[in-house]
Structures are given as C-alpha cells and as structure tokens.
Design a protein around this ligand. Sequence first.
Ligand SMILES: NC(=O)c1ccc[n+]([C@@H]2O[C@H](COP(=O)([O-])OP(=O)(O)OC[C@H]3O[C@@H](n4cnc5c(N)ncnc54)[C@H](OP(=O)(O)O)[C@@H]3O)[C@@H](O)[C@H]2O)c1
Length: 182
Amino acid sequence: MRITVVGRGRVGGGLARLWTDAGHTVTALGRDGGDATGADAVLVAVPGRAIAEALGRVSGLSGRTTIDATNIYRERDGSFPSLSHQIKSIVGGPTAKSFSTVFATTYERIPAQRVGPSALFACDPEARGITEQLIRDAGLDPVLIGDLDPGARLLEDSSGLTRAIAAHMGPFFTRYAPPGEL
Ligand SMILES: NC(=O)c1ccc[n+]([C@@H]2O[C@H](COP(=O)([O-])OP(=O)(O)OC[C@H]3O[C@@H](n4cnc5c(N)ncnc54)[C@H](OP(=O)(O)O)[C@@H]3O)[C@@H](O)[C@H]2O)c1
C-alpha cells in the first residue's frame, strides 16, 4: 500500500518504520505538510489541537481513507463528537480511529511478544479492511469497537483510564481475547 503519514513524531514516525519494514511505501509529512495524492491510506498522528492546521497543509487529501491515531488530553471545543469526526469533515473519505490505545514507546518491543498485542479500532465500514490490514502489518491484533460513531468517542474518552494505569505500570500492552486464547 501507499501510505501518507501526517505527523512524523513518536506515533507517525514509529508506524512509518513498522509499515516500511512490512513492505509498504510510506511518505511521512511533518509540520511543513506535503502531498497525499495517490495514497491508499492516510494516518493522522499530530496533537489533537493541531489537526486543522496540519491537514490544511496537505494537498490531495480529498476522499482518502484515513486512520486517526490522535488522543485528547484537554477539554474538547465541542464542535465535533470526536477528533475522528473533525478529520472526516476535512478529508471526507472513509475514516477509522486506531493506534490511540498503543504506547509508541512499546513499538520496538512488539515483534518480541508471544502474541500480537491488541489495537482497538472503530471505523466506517468502508475503512475496515485497510485498517485491519495496517494494524496487523504493525504486528498488532485488531479488536473492533464498532462504527466510528460512537466508537471514536469511546476510544478518546478511554485515554484517562489508560493514563491512570500507566502512572503506576508505565507504558503497557493490552490483550483482548476470548476465553482460552490468552
Ligand atoms: N506517544 C504515544 O504513545 C501516543 C499513543 C497513542 C496516541 N498518541 C497521539 O498521537 C498523536 C501524536 O503523538 P506523538 O506522541 O507522535 O507526538 P510527537 O512525537 O510530539 O509528534 C507530533 C507530530 O505532529 C507534528 N505537529 C505538531 N504540531 C503541528 C502543527 N501545528 N501542524 C502540523 N504538524 C504538527 C509534529 O511536527 P514536528 O516534528 O515538526 O514538531 C510531529 O511530527 C497525538 O494526538 C497523541 O495524543 C500518542
């Protein structure tokens, strides 16, 4: 797949490496923006407050399948039900939220795990196939929450719980599995 990553920090840069290792062609864009023409998927990995500014500097976005990895730490401005909805209002294509529950500092340890750690995701039906594929190609196990609405908001609202656990344990993996498969 051809993937454009918007934001090449810990999440964007880290996933770009994992996907390149898996054989994908990845273009990682920083603060200066660039062109996403021809991308099969666009990953958004910038601070939530910077979404409009970051996407405003990227051309060729219209209608692309987009995966939102952002988290929210402060109060929302209330204009959109979730950051994924904000991204969808700009890009206009099938949209998913994923990777928001996985600590970027754990990426390099994914290959050494006995089983793929879980990556929760919520998505428009048309974005499901690409999102599952890219989660697997990062070495993770896709766990569907449901549609973007209300799944994206559920994921964003779960970040407080994640941070509370990490305050004691440090960065961690999660594994959701049916009984007998842990
Ligand atoms: N770190 C994690 O473990 C983790 C896990 C899950 C989700 N997230 C979420 O993923 C997103 C990215 O986090 P991160 O840890 O990768 O952050 P990061 O390492 O600070 O990288 C942020 C990226 O966004 C770019 N950026 C910042 N402000 C921008 C602006 N106004 N316009 C355009 N680009 C801008 C930065 O560009 P420069 O390089 O030019 O500064 C950088 O490439 C955040 O929403 C975060 O909440 C993080």
